[in-house]
Design a binder for this molecule. Structure first.
Ligand code: ZN
Length: 394
């Protein structure tokens, strides 16, 4: 057994840093160890935290660490640094505040250089998150700098994603345009002790409601007044519950997965097959056909349970009703078991919605809804596709 195997088996925190370094340098031995230990992974509450510089991220992280430690949860923090490959190492910068937790054995803080090219995030991030889950951390906080692209790449790796906005610098229209708001599950107005915070919160809530995004929350937090953390953590828990199992679906990670998370625009994403009971169908796909069963997940919002089966560049989803009010119940009664919908991957969902609308097609929802896939999904009305339901995933 290699040294890496042993350190992972013993959950030896001392060796965790070495193991992560090995993953970051794309070591085949570390990958092999990760794969062997994958079954022992216990999904953590993965919270993404992003926002522009000066929005109070390090203060918020500090408060969140303290809160979860107070609940006896172990916490890992991954800070993604925008350092270029040229400057190499990661930089802890203004994260000194968090360092007061560094001596706490229940807290692990690590920064990772974002060596990815434009449009991605630290290439080993997905593997590192899995490793932390094998180590048994209850909560993982992932911090990015709030520069658009890397945040979109972070989206499928965490749930929920918090986006921070300080009230003093908020140009609301600008913020809404930046695209950061689109990917936020929870918008956090930090430094809520400053004048204008309530107004900013209200305006954001109105904008979100106008856009049909009622499922998103706006929470005001003030480190100075020590307020808002209870509300925020309860919204985090709620959001994690609403995404089904509380963590997003993803398959066994490989180095570089996160560099180009957006697959080719227009490629097949998944085919969904409606069934009465997943367990009657799963053996055919998972055993006889030998597809990898990534897991079975509940999407409460739609009252649907989904068994995801991996294909090289797409997947099959077996979907069954997860309650009497499920829309699937109606579908099954009317049309029986069989093809439910076909989903395509797109790079820019709002643009695709507008383009197809211009071509005269009708949408069931023009505003992206949260899906199993971490980001937004829109359904084209079956009347626009001769009875076939088409889904678009960003
Ligand atoms: Zn689907």
């Amino acid at each position: 057994m290699s040294v890496l195997d042993q350190s992972l088996l013993r959950r030896d925190i001392q060796s965790l840093a070495h193991f992560i370094t090995a993953l970051e340098s794309d070591s085949p031995a570390a990958q092999a160890t990760l794969k062997k230990s994958w079954k022992r992974r216990r999904p953590a509450l993965r919270i993404g935290v992003t926002g522009p510089a000066g929005s109070g991220k390090s203060t918020l992280l500090d408060k969140l660490i303290a809160w979860y430690r107070g609940k006896k949860k172990t916490v890992a923090v991954i800070a993604i640094d925008p350092s270029s490959p040229a400057t190499g190492g990661a930089f802890l910068g203004d994260r000194i505040r968090m360092q007061r937790h560094a001596r706490d054995k229940g807290v692990y803080i690590r920064s990772m250089a974002n060596r990815a090219a434009v449009g991605g995030i630290a290439p080993a991030l997905d593997c590192v998150l899995g490793t932390l889950e094998i180590f048994g951390f209850d909560v993982i906080l992932i911090e990015t700098i709030g520069a658009g692209q890397s945040d979109t790449a972070l989206r499928p790796l965490c749930s929920p994603l918090l986006v921070l906005a300080p009230p003093d610098s908020v140009d609301i229209v600008q913020a809404m345009k930046s695209g950061l708001m689109e990917i936020a599950d929870i918008l956090v107005i930090s430094k809520a002790d400053l004048p204008g915070a309530d107004h900013a919160a209200k305006t954001f809530q109105q904008c979100l409601t106008l856009r049909g995004a009622q499922q998103r929350h706006v929470v005001c937090v003030s480190a100075l007044k020590n307020s808002g953390i209870e509300e925020l953590t309860s919204k985090i828990a709620e959001q994690a519950r609403n995404t089904g199992t509380g963590y997003p679906l993803y398959s066994f990670p490989k180095y570089g997965d996160t560099v180009h998370p957006e697959i080719q625009d227009g490629s097949l994403h998944h085919v969904a097959i409606a069934v009465h009971r997943i367990k009657d169908h799963l053996p055919l796909y998972a055993k006889t056909l030998g597809m990898e069963h990534e897991g079975t997940f509940t999407l409460r919002e739609y009252s649907v349970r989904i068994a995801a089966l991996k294909l090289p560049n797409a997947r099959i989803e077996l979907i069954e009703p997860a309650g009497p009010r499920s829309t699937l119940t109606k579908f099954l009664a009317k049309r029986g078991e069989g093809l439910h919908h076909v989903a395509f991957q797109v790079a820019d969902l709002p643009r695709r919605v507008t383009d197809l609308k211009r071509s005269g097609l009708k949408w069931i929802n023009e505003q992206p809804r949260p899906g199993l896939h971490g980001s937004g999904i829109c359904f084209l009305h079956p009347s626009s596709a001769k009875g076939i339901l088409l889904e678009f995933v960003e």
